[in-house]
Design a protein around this ligand. Structure first.
Ligand code: BGC
Length: 387
């Protein structure tokens, strides 16, 4: 069991109680697999803010580790077809990598996930200007988005459906150029029955604003190498084509007859080099898919299978879009956990969200949030094996 460092008596008591609850609900026969949630120090930011890492385990032995910095999912360990546990997300062993050189590895993204054209939008007749941190556009909430904030632990306990960590962050009015004080919670639950990690967002505002939250885990079901042989199904008949700066043109186009048609499971690498303008603009896949299931209702967005390890990943969400990014900007310069080098296309990222640049696109589902309304978004990462 991990030591509890530097915590208030209340939090320590919660964690201990959590482990006890876990033991109490455990079925006899696998004593080592009682669901639990423990935590320890993971260092401090350059401003001296302490960062903790929480370890959640379910009764199948699946484990997820989450940082209070950026709400980052630092690791997810799941079995392969032979029962061999392996870490299926990219990241770092220490905080320093996340602080200095992270392409949003595992992080919570906000206030607005994805791009806003030229860092401008108009709301209630007023123009807002954002940092163009992905020239010429604004990306993932600006220079210091939610991925670079230290979140507060609200609760850490074992619930009936598994160990749960609830984080909160209050984004002040005007932060990164966005209007309104936005109060956000992100709740992670490691579901025992389904071998799944569920992430639930809730947000409220005190002024009209725009919100588009998501999770940014880089998955590689084999744990290393490229993901080109991993086979993808996406539940989408349509997508939003982009210009050369990856801003949607406004058109909602069929995937039919394009390399973006993943309605029949296809290896990521099978068509990635096709002579196709959309793939050229993005250097591979980096597109928003218009998901077939109903917005606001949890449904299957995509499934990925790794033929070698037999690991199967499913992503479910309540969101209308799914950004599928094939790790095109990874280039072997990052040495991650366990000294593993992350090659070009060494991961896939699947981000359930509203469509990119929605604040400037009147025909896309709205991302506006008003005082009195509650923003909800649920994402579930499920794991199983082929055999
Ligand atoms: C975007 C990519 C971007 C990446 C940064 C993804 O969500 O779609 O275009 O490069 O995040 O890590």
């Amino acid at each position: 069991m991990k030591t509890l460092f530097g915590y208030s008596a209340t939090l320590a008591a919660i964690a201990v109680a959590a482990m006890i609850t876990g033991c109490a609900t455990h079925t006899p026969g696998g004593a080592s697999n009682a669901p639990s949630i423990t935590h320890e120090s993971f260092g401090a930011t350059s401003d001296g803010l302490p960062v903790e890492i929480y370890t959640l385990r379910n009764d199948n032995g699946m484990e997820a580790r989450i940082l209070t910095y950026g709400g980052i999912i630092q690791s997810i360990k799941v079995p392969d077809k032979n029962g061999q546990m392996g870490d299926v997300v990219l990241g770092y062993d220490t905080l320093d990598g996340y602080l200095t050189n992270s392409p949003y590895f595992g992080a919570l993204i906000g206030r607005y996930g994805n791009r806003i054209a030229k860092g401008h939008f108009t709301l209630d007749g007023q123009e807002y200007t954002l940092a163009t941190n992905n020239v010429p556009n604004s990306l993932h909430g600006g220079i210091k988005g939610f991925d670079k904030r230290v979140w507060t632990v609200v609760e850490a306990k074992v619930e009936d459906d598994g160990p749960e960590l609830k984080l909160s962050y209050t984004s002040p009015d005007g932060e990164e150029g966005y209007p309104g004080t936005l109060k956000v919670t992100a709740t992670y639950t490691l579901l025992a029955k389904e071998n799944a990690l569920r992430l639930k967002f809730r947000a409220t505002t005190d002024k009209d604003t725009v919100v588009n939250l998501t999770g940014h885990s880089y998955f590689n079901l084999a744990g290393q190498g490229t993901v080109l042989d991993q086979v993808v199904y996406i539940n989408a008949d349509k997508y939003t084509p982009v210009d050369s700066t990856l801003i949607p043109t406004g058109e909602i186009a069929p995937v039919e007859g394009t390399p973006l048609d993943f309605r029949t499971p296809t290896a990521i690498g099978a068509r990635i080099q096709d002579d196709n303008e959309q793939l050229k603009f993005a250097g591979g896949y980096d597109h928003n898919f218009v998901i077939n299931h109903k917005m606001g209702k949890l449904g299957l967005d995509a499934r990925v299978t790794d033929p070698a390890s037999g690991r199967v990943f499913e992503i479910w969400s309540t969101e209308p879009g799914l950004q599928f990014y094939s790790g095109n900007f990874l280039d072997s310069t990052i040495i991650g956990k366990g000294g593993i080098v992350y090659p070009h296309r060494g991961a896939f990222v699947m981000e359930p969200q509203h469509y990119p640049d929605s604040p400037n696109q009147p025909n896309f589902p709205s991302t506006e949030l008003k005082p009195g309304q509650v923003y909800h978004n649920t994402i579930v990462y499920k794991f199983s094996t082929t055999e």
